[in-house]
Design a binder for this molecule. Sequence first.
Ligand code: ATP
Ligand code: MG
Length: 437
Amino acid sequence: MTEKMMMPKADKLMAVKGMNDLLPPDSAAVEWLEHKVRALMARYAYRNIRTPIVERTPLFVRGLGEVTDIVEKEMYCFEDRLNGDALALRPEATAGVVRAAIEHAMLYDGPKRLYYLGPMFRHERPQKGRYRQFDQIGAEALGFSGAEVDAELILMAAALWHEIGISDVRLEINSLGQPVERLAHRQALVAYFEQHQAVLDEDARRRLYNNPLRILDTKNPHLQDIVEAAPQLLDFLGTDSLTHFQTLKSILEANGVAYRVNPRLVRGMDYYNLTVFEFVTDRLGSQGTVCAGGRYDYLFEQLGGKPSPAVGWALGVDRVLDLARACGFAPVNPVPDAYVIVADVAAMPMVLSVLQNVRALGVTVQMHTSTAEGMGSMKSQFKRADSSGARFALVFGADEVSSQQVTIKPLRFAGATQTTYPLADLASWVPNLQSGV
Ligand code: ATP
Ligand code: MG
């Protein structure tokens, strides 16, 4: 008996719940979005940054805030087996980007516009639009204090929606003011919720004294009325904060970007101040926020860096693509220019070297391959060529191979005839594979 035959049948291993494989053709949609985003970021002079997926846990505890959903419930934390370091899979990328900016003194010669794309991890209940591993694309403007950069970021996102054909999305904005203004509001908020202690849920009661603003972010439908009537932070803002907010609003108005001020918009992380915003849609059910962000002028200090103002956003790739699909986007299934038919497997060394040269000229080529039985009949190879969607068959039959030629047979054009070319004269036939005929 061979070793293989003695092997017990192994159990099928499955992916981790909430962490999904991305297969073709869906992967093409993500590549399409990434391609659009890279071009967009380049036009706004944002440059790519890539930080590790694993960071030290305290980065997120200090950066995002201890009393946040992400830190309290959603973070994947583990201990490094060798040295006991407390590590976490990143639940978001802003803290890591700021850590990197501090660590490499990136702002020493002026502010920086950066963007990232990559996977984030949160231990949430998996459902449509909510996964445990999910891709985010984000933009961060580090070292900028003016409201025009808040506006630039929002305009950039709006330009992206336009470019990828998303229409059903609305912008909600709010100002969280500065810490001292929040303190005054917080006192009013605590006093208000104390009056309604009896109806608060467990989360809200726990947060009442350590982070009452978070109560406004509750997803509990029974608390909506009470939260609706709570004192509004906007009423506690001073002149500078109001001016910043006003400047942002005027730029949006001057650019025809519609917005709604949502005084209840507080966002899920503690690091925000002044501007916060979300792009929301009604077309994706309860996972309606496709992109969210705001200003975080105190995060650098909180992570041990020199005080530096900053602002940014992150979009959820799955939700943006779901919305793009709802608005009519369909990824194009790529098809090869040519499908290669080879009569005799003995010709393979020659065929493969010809195809190397053809592909180097930019032509997409899919090659028929051999099986234990050989190459298969020409008829069956032509069938494969047809179902590949290729526009041409590139035929290496017995006659072609012996006379150092190749035949191009159009597959999709009624009445078009096949032509045979000298193999060595690439310029006489390769361009035809990319033309329409
Ligand atoms: P939500 O309120 O839906 O939980 P959030 O406030 O936690 O969102 P952010 O941390 O601001 O989300 O992340 C920015 C964007 O990333 C979200 O607007 C959303 O599009 C996407 N996102 C967040 N969490 C998930 C997830 N678990 N799965 C898929 N996408 C997500
Ligand atoms: Mg969340």
